[in-house]
Design a protein around this ligand. Structure first.
Ligand SMILES: C[S@@+](CC[C@H](N)C(=O)[O-])C[C@H]1O[C@@H](n2cnc3c(N)ncnc32)[C@H](O)[C@@H]1O
Length: 291
């Protein structure tokens, strides 16, 4: 949704932009092209492994250290990250939540069904891997996590399956949930089982990476991190995230800290959804800081 993000952010020459979730640098590159001459972009990401690769890619695309830098950091601490760059606020802030395709496609990271360790940490040197979380939490806590993070209708049943024996790999998690649901609910459609498996992965990943608390912290600090008239855009991928963004933007508009906010969610075009399955779930919202 690069075009849609640009329409929300309206970046212009000379501005300072922050990409809170640099990932592969697709949004950053498009924004950078509008900031020249005179502007710059700082790209943050909690993943220290992909950051140097993205930096190299954007350097090769012609963006020198005077206009583009990357920093390892969690957007939950955005005010501190800005202060470390000598900035009080930015003109443009974007966050594209969730995981990148590079992370999903690397079996060693444990985000997808590709055979690998059940890790799922965006920052592998922080927190506990997913297999340890499953080991530590009891059935009740797992059921709550599946409901709260992914609205999973079979949360109780899946939580029971997850505690039957230790699950250490992505392959085992996928198989355990799929076969367990097939056995316990033989009338469940294949597509529904598939959705439950996908929601189980999503719910576990959200807890492993404290995704909701990071988003809540970002939404709290966003008004102070935006310069007067500055614009923010946030792309979310499931209802738990979108609800938070919508509520925070509407509350900010009522309180007068935002001059304007998206009245409705912006979705990807049919063409993009066709070529990029992830875009089908994407919801984009924007806000403009009051002057
Ligand atoms: C969907 S990808 C971003 C893709 C990017 N917009 C692009 O154009 O390639 C999300 C990225 O956000 C990072 N991320 C997720 N939560 C984060 C957080 N709390 N702080 C910093 N980065 C985070 C992930 O590591 C991942 O690289």
């Amino acid at each position: 949704m690069v075009e849609e993000v640009l329409r929300c952010l309206r970046p212009i020459a000379g501005q300072v932009a922050i990409d809170c979730t640099l990932g592969g640098g697709g949004h950053a590159q498009a924004i950078l092209e509008h900031l020249q001459p005179g502007g710059r972009l700082i790209g943050f990401d909690s993943d220290p492994l992909e950051l140097p690769r993205t930096e190299a890619r954007l350097r090769a695309a012609g963006f020198g250290a005077d206009v583009f830098v990357t920093r390892h950091g969690n957007f939950a601490r955005l005010p501190e990250l800005l202060a470390a760059e000598g900035l009080a606020a930015a003109d443009v802030i974007v966050a594209d939540l969730g995981v990148s395709s590079m992370q999903v496609d690397d079996p060693a990271r444990g985000f997808s069904y590709l055979p690998g360790p059940l890790d799922m940490r965006m920052n592998p040197s922080e927190g506990e891997p997913a297999w340890q979380l499953l080991d530590r939490l009891d059935e009740e806590a797992l059921a709550a996590l599946l409901t709260e993070n992914a609205d999973e209708p079979h949360a109780g049943l899946i939580a029971g399956l997850l505690k039957q024996k230790p699950i250490k790999t992505t392959h085992a998690l996928e198989r355990f949930v799929r076969l367990g649901l097939n056995k316990a609910l033989p009338n469940l459609e294949k597509a529904e089982v598939k959705m439950s498996v996908r929601r189980t992965f999503q719910a576990i990943r959200i807890t492993v990476n404290n995704e909701f608390s990071a988003l809540d912290a970002l939404l709290r600090s966003l008004p102070q991190c935006l310069a007067p008239g500055g614009r923010a855009a946030i792309l979310t991928f499931h209802s738990g995230e979108d609800r938070r963004v919508k509520k925070a933007f509407q509350a900010g508009a009522r309180a007068g800290v935002y001059a304007d906010v998206a009245s409705a969610v912006i979705r990807s075009t049919k063409e993009e959804t066709f070529s990029n399955r992830r875009a089908a779930a994407a919801k984009l919202r924007w806000a403009v800081r009051a002057i």
